[in-house]
Design a protein around this ligand. Structure first.
Ligand SMILES: [Zn+2]
Length: 327
């Protein structure tokens, strides 16, 4: 990150790009038949479907290419074992792609954004595009009424501000009580969590007065229920959506790779702060998703990040959503 003038020019570029997208002629054509006038249906920047009375927009914040998957996933396994599982699944062993998928929900009375992406700090690396792409999907920053944070890792809270200003100026906020209490505790200073503590102080604490704190089973809004899914971080929360009798679980970072975390849920993951708790949570959550045959959106699943879970002998298989929401 450089001078604030650079941040402001990025800010303007983002809005200009959004305005250009909204003015694109094909959107005008589509609006004639679309229920949501002037709201485009899908692009590689976002995906949109309905769940009962909710309109769901999954946003592509961008993706990073990362070397040495075995340095992140299966850190208690040999590199050969991790590489073999990737190759069995038609994936390269030596590098991987990690995507980021915040989700916006129009409930009818509110526009709720779950996580904010990498934000401006990630933009040089090709990520941090959530705000711009939401605008391109017909959801202006000013339209967001509630920002919900699943946890306080930088790829989820990085987009809270833009150019030193609130990125979503009309929003209230909600986050897990335990997550907030962990990261904002001054006792984190001098521990491995110190960087996260500093980031949370800069990025989340300024919004504390506008923030509601949720706990396991708490209602965020009608049809949106918080569920504790601790392990990845001490207060990691996931959210069950339900509208018109149809469920959709936002599993956030319960699983961080569609093959490595799901097919081998017990493998240790560098990003999981409590590795045993994270593995237990992974199995509890995805056992439920599989048993209920319900769709889910995973923040790091391959875009558009929505799918189903089939149980395997060793874990689970990710089954991407195709047209289930369209029929
Ligand atoms: Zn994440």
């Amino acid at each position: 990150m450089t001078a604030s003038t650079d941040r402001r020019s990025l800010f303007k570029l983002g809005l200009a790009g959004a305005a250009a997208t909204l003015a694109a002629p094909q959107i005008m054509t589509r609006a004639a038949s679309a229920q949501q006038a002037a709201a485009p249906l899908a692009s590689d920047a976002f995906s949109r479907f309905t769940l009962g009375d909710f309109e769901i927009t999954v946003v592509n914040d961008g993706a990073r290419t990362v070397p040495e998957p075995q340095s992140i996933f299966g850190t208690d396994q040999s590199a050969e074992t991790v590489g073999a599982l990737l190759e069995d699944n038609f994936l390269p062993a030596e590098r991987m792609q990690l995507g980021f998928a915040p989700t916006a929900v129009r409930t009818g009375s509110e526009v709720v954004l779950f996580d904010t992406g990498n934000g401006e700090g990630g933009r040089e690396g090709g990520v941090g595009r959530t705000r711009e792409r939401l605008a391109g999907a017909g959801i202006a920053p000013e339209d967001v009424t509630l920002v919900v944070l699943t946890h306080f890792h930088p790829d989820h809270i990085g987009g809270m501000t833009e150019g030193g200003e609130p990125a979503f100026p009309n929003a209230r906020y909600a986050a897990g009580r335990a997550e907030y209490d962990f990261w904002l505790d001054a006792a984190r200073a001098g521990t491995p969590a110190e960087n996260g503590h500093q980031l949370a102080k800069q990025t989340v604490e300024p919004f504390a007065e506008a923030m509601t704190f949720v706990e396991d089973g708490g209602t965020v809004l009608p049809g949106i229920t918080a569920m504790a899914a601790f392990g990845h971080t001490p207060g990691h929360m996931i959210f069950m959506l339900e509208s018109g009798g149809r469920p959709l679980l936002l599993t956030a970072d319960t699983a961080n790779h569609f093959v490595l975390s799901l097919q081998r849920p017990d493998w240790e993951v560098r990003f999981d702060m409590d590795k045993a708790a994270a593995a237990a949570t992974r199995k509890r959550v995805f056992d439920m998703v599989a048993a209920e045959r319900m769709p889910f959106i995973g923040y790091h699943m391959p875009f558009p990040a929505a799918g189903y879970i089939e149980t395997l002998d060793t874990g689970y298989r990710f089954v991407p959503e195709s047209y289930q929401f369209d029929l």
